[in-house]
Design a protein around this ligand. Structure first.
Ligand code: ADP
Length: 184
């Protein structure tokens, strides 16, 4: 099963992706986690993307697409995966579509976690993970980038009748329950 978990920053994608990973036994691929780990380990990729993440901007499409395509070729993803943080632009969605086609594969579900903007800001500023992009100013940038660059990705999948909107307000368990029902 191939799933895209989509939604604004702070919607709870990472939390729900982990639960889905355990429930369905398919790996969770978070581009944000890969970038943060590369930055921490000061790899060439990390050096390249550090200031981009710090500023709440987007890593160039080519870099992300190449990274995801390389990653998804690994054996552990052969029975499916949960994508979190990708695709984040229409160009990435188009590239991912081609990738699926080349591999005779397809997308099973596009889950949109919907959360109002005031709640997102509250959640991010109180989560205390110490992320350099979790400051008030950077959150504003990230939400702007989401509205302008990322939200249009939904129209792309709506055209394929794939979008399932899930109310992202409530307890972690409640939201997980809604996602599981949507996947049935
Ligand atoms: P959040 O959704 O909470 O903002 P993520 O961990 O998904 O956090 O992403 C953190 C940062 O990593 C983004 O602000 C961006 O700089 C970079 N990033 C992650 N995924 C992508 C992507 N698909 N395309 C471009 N940049 C990305």
């Amino acid at each position: 099963m191939n799933i895209i978990l989509f939604g604004p920053p702070g919607a709870g994608k990472g939390t729900q992706a982990k639960l889905l990973q355990d429930e369905f036994n398919i790996p969770h691929l978070s581009t944000g986690n890969i970038f943060r780990s590369a930055i921490k380990n000061e790899t060439p990729l990390g050096v390249k993307v550090k200031s981009i993440l710090d500023n709440g901007e987007l890593v160039p499409d080519e870099t992300v697409v190449e990274l995801v395509a390389d990653e998804l070729k690994k054996e552990k993803y052969k029975d499916g995966y949960i994508l979190d943080g990708f695709p984040r632009t229409v160009a990435q969605a188009e590239a991912f579509d081609s990738f699926l086609e080349e591999n005779n594969d397809s997308l099973d579900a596009f889950i949109y976690l919907s959360v109002p903007e005031e709640e997102l800001v509250k959640r991010i500023l109180s989560r205390g993970e110490g992320r350099s992009d979790d400051t008030k100013e950077k959150v504003k940038t990230r939400l702007e980038v989401y509205r302008n660059e990322t939200k249009p990705v939904m129209d792309f999948y709506a055209d394929q009748n794939k979008v399932q909107e899930i109310d992202g307000l409530g307890s972690i368990e409640e939201i997980f329950g809604r996602i599981k029902s949507a996947l049935k």
